[in-house]
Design a protein around this ligand. Structure first.
Ligand code: HEM
Length: 359
């Protein structure tokens, strides 16, 4: 189909205008799927307390795991200097075999990150050389590549907050920056793929604009994702295992003695409570955008409804199951799917605005 739109045979100048949008759509959707997978693996890494097992950042040599018993022991010795080992996993009796398990998840997560970098950079270079990128998209694709690199650096910035200190976990602020950047990247990949798909269907199609309602919904969901990431980073899921009440109370007792701002950004009870209740505001906002596009883009609307429904049920199940590994991981995975579906609905709203301005 792409070739039927590809005018390379007629004029090289116009081939730059149209490029090969459908090929790019497929490639971007594959990378988006990889980002969804790495978000899930990131959740497993966090919930199995694996994130601090690799204490260095070696972009190239870190591809291979330790290959001899001495090398394993050296890695274990580095980990034994972390606060996490000295105060938590060490006293709990972690040995080299148990260390190999947590090492696996961090190593797998990092290698998936490297793979995503390559899966984006190599085809980008190829399409660039082959003049297959439609006019106006080079900057955007380059920005997405930079975001992937930035995400890797943020990952290390996050890990470094738990290395060489007495802390038993990484900073929840850095963890939230890492998770939210992954979600932003995912939204950017889906949005760009949808713009290119529209271009493949209609060579005159313009990129969809970001509408006011879409920005409002994105802002409301951003707050919910941030609260969720802080709850995760502070292990605040364990603040209460009942729902809808929290430890039998509608509003938990919160100690504001360290100031309102500190409490709002650090208190596990308050943040857990806010995350539970802001969810309904997020749901209302998502229903609003899904209803705005339901007549023109039914599948996007259905996907948003399904994603937030599953998200809320999994959130409640996470609490009731006392943060069981696979339920919490499913909550994180669905978070990524919700972001992708919201990007779809927001893009649909933008396309409707474009249509309306043409009419
Ligand atoms: C639109 C609805 C929701 C969204 C977008 C959302 C999003 C998130 C995100 C992004 C996280 C961070 C890591 C992860 O994904 O596990 C999180 C964690 C969490 N969420 Fe939600 N959430 C929603 C609803 C809820 C609800 C209704 C509850 C409980 C009643 C809940 C309970 C939790 C808990 C306990 C965690 C921490 C889990 C862990 O430590 O892994 N969430 N949420």
């Amino acid at each position: 189909m792409a070739s039927s739109l590809h005018p390379a045979s007629s004029s090289p100048a116009s081939s730059t205008v149209l490029g090969r949008p459908l090929a790019l759509v497929r490639w971007l959707m594959v990378v988006a799927a990889m980002v969804v997978i790495i978000v899930m693996v990131g959740g497993i890494t966090r919930l199995t307390e694996s994130g601090l097992s690799i204490t260095q950042w070696d972009l190239v040599s870190g591809v291979l795991p330790p290959l001899s018993e001495e090398a394993w022991q050296a890695e274990f010795d580095l980990y034994r200097q972390t606060g996490e080992y000295r105060f938590e996993s060490g006293p709990a009796g972690m040995d080299l075999e148990a260390f190999k398990f947590i090492y696996f998840w961090e190593w797998f997560h990092r290698n998936l990150g490297r793979l995503i970098g390559l899966a984006f950079a190599l085809p980008l270079a190829w399409y660039w050389i082959k003049d297959a990128i439609p006019t106006g998209y080079k900057n955007r694709l380059f920005a997405l590549l930079s975001l992937i690199g930035f995400q890797g650096a943020l990952g290390w910035y996050m890990v470094s907050s738990g290395v060489g200190t007495d802390l038993t976990d990484v900073s929840h602020f850095r963890l939230s920056a890492h998770l939210l950047t992954a979600f932003f990247l995912l939204g950017g990949l889906v949005w760009t793929a949808l713009d290119l798909r529209a271009l493949a269907r209609d060579p005159q199609a313009k990129p969809a604009p970001l509408t006011g309602p879409a920005m409002i919904v994105a802002g409301i969901l951003f707050v919910q994702l941030l609260l969720g990431a802080w709850v995760a980073g502070l292990n605040a899921g364990h603040a209460a295992y009942d729902w809808p009440l929290m430890n039998g109370k509608l509003i938990p007792e919160v100690n504001f003695s360290q100031g309102v701002l500190w409490t709002l950004t650090h208190d596990p009870f308050l943040l857990h409570w806010l995350h539970r209740w802001w969810a309904w505001i997020a749901v209302a906002a998502l229903v609003w955008i899904a209803r705005r596009v339901r007549k023109t883009h039914r599948m996007a609307s259905v996907t948003v409804h399904s994603a937030f429904g599953v998200m809320v049920l999994l959130g409640i199940a996470t609490v009731l199951s006392e943060v069981s590994l696979w339920i919490a991981v499913a909550h994180q995975l669905t978070g990524a799917l919700l972001v992708a579906s919201l990007a779809w609905a927001m893009h649909s709203d933008g396309q409707n605005a474009l249509e309306a301005s043409r009419a």
